[in-house]
Design a protein around this ligand. Structure first.
Ligand code: PGA
Length: 261
């Protein structure tokens, strides 16, 4: 049984005071959410504030970073290590988001080093994969995503892969309001699960959690969660408001789209 996970990626939004307001509101609103893990990923400047708030209030939300560097410490101006994240109470880290691949030229090899460093420090990586529109239109989605999985997870043990979170985010669906059809997203996610099974172990394939990401909203979350292979969502835009993120976290598999408060 895989525990559903709803993660909010705040990207480069929310100054400290705004982040504090959002986490306060969220913590109040998601109190009734049961059996769903909730993670918020603020920008680095607000991470400690949010992690502190969560630790002081003993809530159910966990904190994630949006990036990490693979070295433990050293002369790497501007970088943050996995141990530094653990030090402030962070438990998750997004690795290889398509915006980092696109704007900061992150490669699968870099993703691989980051995943290993995160695991060594005891962080839970959320490894992002996904194809761009031209790749989808050329029928290369499975091939592209398989390559990202092979290279990004290369050298990991099956037990490590079992504990991972993978986020399948078609790049053309991120921030565009255009989602993949749940059925289509689910097929790609099923394919990722099959690759994990053949490259690592059948057990890892059963246990690894795979999220969908790309224009998830309160109105479409239930249709994604109704797919048995989809274990949750990585949410960008709709995670910036407590109300919409709470509605997403309160999706119900039994057909209730969300509970209104
Ligand atoms: P979006 O972003 O929900 O705004 O499309 C998703 C993501 O980038 O993880």
């Amino acid at each position: 049984m895989r525990t559903p996970l709803i993660a909010g990626n705040w990207k480069m939004y929310k100054k400290t005071a705004e982040a504090e307001r959002l986490i306060e509101e969220l913590a109040g609103q998601v109190r009734e959410v049961k059996d769903v893990e909730i993670v918020v990923c603020p920008p680095f400047t607000a991470l400690a504030t949010v992690a502190d708030f969560i630790n002081r209030n003993g809530g159910t939300i966990q904190t994630g970073a949006q990036n990490v560097y693979w070295e433990d410490e050293g002369a790497y101006t501007g970088e943050i290590s996995a141990q530094m994240l653990v030090d402030i109470g962070v438990t998750y880290v997004i690795i290889g988001h398509s915006e980092r691949r696109k704007h900061f030229h992150e490669t699968d090899e870099m993703v691989n080093r980051k995943v290993k460093a995160a695991l060594a420090a005891g962080l839970n990586p959320i490894v992002c994969v996904g194809e761009v529109l031209e790749e989808r239109e050329a029928g290369k989605t499975d091939q592209v995503v398989a390559g990202q999985i092979f290279k990004g997870l290369e050298g990991l043990k099956a037990e490590q892969v079992a504990g991972l979170v993978v986020a399948y985010e078609p790049v053309w669906a991120i921030g565009t309001g255009r989602t993949a059809e749940p059925r289509v997203a689910s097929e790609t996610i099923h394919n990722i699960r099959t690759i994990v099974g053949s490259s690592f172990s059948p057990q890892a394939s059963d246990v690894v959690r795979i999220l969908y990401g790309g224009s998830v909203t309160p109105d479409n979350i239930a249709s994604f969660m109704a797919e048995p292979d989809i274990d949750g969502a990585l949410v960008g835009g709709a995670s910036l408001k407590a109300e919409t993120f709470t509605k997403i976290a309160m999706y119900q598999k039994d057909g209730i789209v969300y509970q209104t408060r």
